[in-house]
Design a protein around this ligand. Structure first.
Ligand SMILES: [Zn+2]
Length: 103
């Protein structure tokens, strides 16, 4: 089985690896809101592409808020609900546990 004739020196390895780096790529700026923006992508901040509105960012914000993980509660009034039941280690993901059964 062929093997390298000799060990590569530390210098040779480092010289080779001097090109093994990533660059940041092109990052543009939104024409409308000046937010940093990938090229050929609509702006997620203001929902525009080349000055035209192409995304409904208000609906996107609503969807993100709806799908967000439930945050820890910050109230001291525990009437009408049981936290021991909510925090029990069940196999259900948190998104399903949000649905209430009507039975
Ligand atoms: Zn924008």
């Amino acid at each position: 089985m062929p093997v390298p004739a000799r060990k590569k020196s530390r210098s040779a390895v480092r010289r080779r690896r001097s090109h093994d780096h990533l660059n940041a790529g092109n990052i543009g700026v939104c024409q409308t809101c000046q937010a940093p923006l990938a090229p050929h992508k609509a702006c997620k901040t203001c929902g525009t592409y080349k000055g035209k509105v192409v995304l409904d960012v208000t609906r996107q914000a609503q969807r993100l808020a709806k799908n967000a993980q439930p945050v820890a509660h910050d109230h001291n009034d525990h009437e009408g609900h049981d936290h021991a039941k909510e925090e029990s280690p069940s196999a259900k993901p948190p998104a399903k546990s949000k649905k209430k059964k009507t039975s």
